[in-house]
Design a protein. Sequence first.
Length: 426
Amino acid sequence: MSKRVDLRLILVFLALFVLFYFAGDYMLAATINDMHKEGVIPGDEKTWRARAGLLKTLPGAVGVSLSIVWGILADRLGRPRLVFMLGLVMGLSYTLIGSVGSYLVLLLVMTLLSIAKIGIGPVVYAMVSDVTPSEKRGIGYAAYYAASVIGFIVGLVFGGILFYWRTAFHLVGLLVVLFAVPLYLLTRSITIGYAEDTVGHVEYTLRRALKAGMSRTVLLVMLQILPWTIPWGFITLFAVDYIRTRWGLSKELASGILALAAISIAVGHIVGGKWADKLVSRGDTLGRIRVSIIGIIVGYLAMIGMLVYPYPYGSTRLTDLLPPTLLALVGLMFTTFAYPNISSVISECVRPEYRGTVFAFYNILNTLGWAVGPTLYGALVATLMDAGLAEKTALMYAAVTLTSLWLVSLATWVIMRRTYPRDKIA
């Protein structure tokens, strides 16, 4: 295989595939009110939101609980066929969502979708490491992460602006399958460990796979996943509310700022992955560690600056909007530098034969942190308001407190400067 040409094509089709299956997932937020109006989600104004929330909570719990199964299968059966199969399941699920007529059927289809969508995570992580050599792995993972972020924007546009909700889900289902096919054709000959030429050297057993995830560096990465993802969870869900309440802006203007922030996050994935790859290709063993540390320091300081910024309430003048918006964009972009390097470091400290299993545990913790973040934020805001703080002040203190969990992640990256060179596999 011509690795240079095929790698580019594989990453392009991988990014398009990931973009649309994430777009379908995010599209639920833009279409859920229409589902309620048409009676697919039953209930009155007091009860329908609880049923709507169950469409994410219950399927998510089932998907997370089965994640380890897909990680093990990825190691035992290989990755391309599994990615293709799960892609077909997601495509079919989105098509079915666009055709459902009852809440129970919708819940069942959402559960099927969640099993495939959450389960494909560790399989894709492992496949990226099969396709990309170590010095190009950052951009490989950046293609996945950046596409998942752009999928957020595409999902909102498809489901909230361009199409009737049933048409939007039908279209996304078709596009997921459409890009799953060429991705499979390009990767079907790629075996476990292909990029490192280590295939067949070690026989898989679950005990060995679990042991592979017990190196100091991998344990440190796992340790920092929850404090790393909890802030991301609450920021993405409550950013619009924070800007509206703290700054006094309209929903439309706050949503526009969030869209810009999503683009900056996508850029951060690409810049962080590519910069680290460049350092690694020059022989800098600690390149990924350095890029992550710099990104978190700069990003954290900028985000704190945005959260505490004394914005003139209700002003829509560009001179007032620009400083805190730039702080938000810089903060999210720089902090994101670490994301593709987290996956790269795991892959470089675990043998190819065991990566699916280890990434499954990473995927579970990653998903859990994103899910817990909004709940912790809401509870902290309520506690602070019960203590007598005004709403705007409580929002700021809660946001600063949870964002400061990134300092725990920063500390683990600093410690990894010593462990990573020793744990990195040859």
